[in-house]
Design a protein around this ligand. Structure first.
Ligand code: M6R
Length: 609
């Protein structure tokens, strides 16, 4: 989704800083980019449809400025055009605004501003902001006062960056429900939608909360104000623990491939210091401060979106089987509008890679006053969800850049397994075997990655199909849903995930020689039932690509093709199945020549509803 960057400093490097920041935010997904900077007391702008590189090329080498804001736009209101690209202005171009989020009352504001003579040049919701500040500036004592008054009128979600010709030495930024971080360095300040854009300059960051704005100056001083309560905010900068070398693509052709190949490391990192196989113990430091509350929960509701939701479904099976606690998994976008009974003994667990997904944040906000425990399984340290929850467990997967989530799923499921073990208090008979298996998984993951060449061959064989069915039972069912999502988002192949037992209730009607099935048939108590489903598909001339456990000869007779994974427990099978399915989807997308890391229409971090 859109990304914003704003820089102010005593040296003339604001344009490069903003362009580099925008480059760091490219992974979020965007379709156009723009920049505004101050040349004396004049605001200069450049906007381009396409990549940040186009902006760089257009600006050339002569790039000096001390104050600048920039934007990568992922179209929501209005088409992908230069006029809709940010920054947006007031009529005399003395105020420039960049925005991530959605101004929900933009129609109402636009009508009222139009009635007062304001002329709009774009189709965006954002343009109301620049005109609104302009309107209030006519009667306010200072620019800041006008900015605050405008903020008071905006509904929806925003991270805003604002500059004005009136105060060339000042950068303003504000936040409501969209991520915003301030990086603080020597004689400079940089604001951005996520820390990756500030890392080049500083590791000292301040995370903004809702209803807060920043006024930053050229010498690096800044003030934060809570504009809802009109109070100054004093918050110390935190030092980011971030290894920039992990953020690059290295020798891999795509981020997605690199992130799939990080699976062994991801598995290790998610359990590091948290499991002790010799003594059969687990330690989840992030849950220690809520130990007593956890004892009293009698139900867990998991909320998440997309891949994180499917990880949550695996978590449901795990927590119910291992800890005996009833679990319900809900799509965050549905949960937030549902009227359901919710008692204080129910805990809410939000799962999110980015920690910035608008729907998941809204789900957490919904229960704010219920008095229930709010937990998080989050990858991005310091993100909004990580900060909103009472307690939680970080995934420690490192930055995930490809839009298609891969290693984050592996880390989420691993962490959910740890949470299930933790909640079982050692009472489950699966406790010891699971600990031992978690320890053994990184090596097993490596053997799947070593099959890349045969996966590539299979991808070539199946890439031309327009439809795909993914089937699984038990722990294989959420895997089937996730496998279908991965294939459709990277390869634009229509793919459906189904519980294998549901086939006869409708989907079987779709099966013919042009509608292949990816069947998850790893060792499990339900394997024979899955065989029957495969037989039913074959009887209708459907092709079957199965994923099975090494040594299974029956499947070789039943399926057209088989991908083998090492023997593992039923409960840990999703971790290995997922790696194989991710590789398959990756190679199908490559075969089809698609932009694997940035699939069309999608953004990495979905920060608006
Ligand atoms: O950052 P989150 O985990 O909250 O994101 C949730 C979904 O947007 C995300 O998993 C999405 O479905 C991915 N593109 C899937 O690969």
């Amino acid at each position: 989704m859109c990304g914003i960057v704003g820089y102010i400093g005593s040296q003339q490097r604001a344009i490069d800083a903003v362009l580099n920041g925008l480059t760091a935010l490219e992974y979020r997904g965007y379709d156009s980019a723009g920049i505004a900077f101050l040349d004396g007391e004049t605001i200069i702008t450049n906007k381009q449809v396409g990549r940040v590189q186009a902006l760089r090329d257009a600006l050339g080498d002569d790039k000096t400025a001390m104050t600048a804001i920039g934007h990568t736009r992922w179209a929501t209101h209005g088409g992908v055009t230069i006029k809709n690209a940010h920054p947006h202005y007031n009529s005399d171009q003395t105020i420039a605004v960049v925005h991530n989020g959605i101004i929900e009352n933009h129609v109402e504001l636009r009508n009222s501003l139009r009635a007062q003579g304001y002329i709009f040049v774009s189709d965006t919701d954002t343009e109301v902001v620049s005109h609104l500040i302009d309107l209030y500036r006519r009667s306010s004592k200072t620019f800041q006062e006008a900015f605050e008054q405008a903020l008071g009128q905006l509904r929806g979600a925003y991270a805003l960056g604002v500059i004005t010709a009136e105060e060339p030495d000042v950068l303003y930024a504000a936040r409501l429900s969209s991520p915003l971080v301030l990086g603080v360095g020597d004689g400079m300040c940089i604001v951005a939608s996520d820390p990756s854009a500030v890392m080049e300059h500083t590791r000292r960051v301040v995370y903004l909360n809702d209803y807060e704005f920043i006024r930053a100056e050229r010498d690096g001083t800044y003030h934060i104000k809570d504009f809802k309560h009109s109070l100054p905010v004093s918050r110390k900068a935190e030092v980011l623990d971030y290894d920039a070398t992990k953020a690059g693509k290295g020798d891999y052709a795509h981020f997605m491939l690199k992130e799939i190949y990080e699976a062994p490391y991801t598995l290790r990192s998610a359990t590091l210091g948290r499991i002790r196989v010799e003594s059969s113990t687990t330690k989840l430091g992030g849950l220690e401060n809520v130990t007593s509350q956890l004892r009293y929960i009698d139900r867990l509701v998991i909320v998440a979106c997309g891949t994180s939701y499917y990880a949550g479904l695996v978590g449901e099976y795990l927590i119910e089987e291992i800890a005996g606690i009833p679990v319900e998994v809900q799509l965050a976008s549905e949960f937030k509008y549902r009227n359901e009974p919710f008692s204080r003994s129910t805990a809410l667990l939000a799962i999110s890679q980015s920690g910035e997904t608008a729907d998941t944040i809204a789900a957490l906000k919904k229960v704010e006053d219920y008095g229930c425990l709010r937990l998080g399984v989050v990858n991005t340290v310091g993100s909004t969800i990580a900060r909103m929850t009472d307690a939680g467990v970080y995934c420690h997967a490192g930055p995930e850049q490809a839009v298609a989530s891969t290693k984050a799923f592996i880390a989420q499921v691993t962490v959910l397994t740890l949470i299930a073990l933790h909640l079982s208090n050692g009472a489950s008979k699966l406790y010891r075997p699971l600990l031992a298996e978690l320890d053994a998984l990184p090596k097993k993951a490596e053997t799947i990655l070593a099959q890349a060449a045969s996966m590539k061959r299979l991808a070539k064989k199946y890439a031309h199909y327009r439809d795909f069915m993914f089937l699984g039972r038990g722990y294989g069912y959420p895997c089937a849903l996730e496998g279908a999502l991965k294939l459709k988002e990277t390869s634009y192949i229509h793919a459906e995930g189904y519980a294998a037992g549901e086939m006869k209730h409708g989907p079987l009607a779709m099966i013919d020689p042009d509608f292949p099935t990816f069947a998850i048939a790893t060792h499990s108590p339900l394997l024979e039932k899955t065989y029957s489903n495969i037989e039913e598909i074959r009887a209708r001339q459907g092709k079957v690509l199965a994923i099975a456990t090494e040594g299974n000869e029956t499947i070789a007779r039943l399926a057209d093709d088989v991908i083998y994974i090492p023997e593992t427990l039923d409960q840990t099978s999703p971790l290995l199945v997922a790696i194989a399915m991710q590789l398959f989807s990756y190679y199908v997308a490559v075969t089809k020549g698609y932009d694997v890391d940035r699939p069309r229409n999608l953004a990495k971090s979905v920060t608006v509803e």
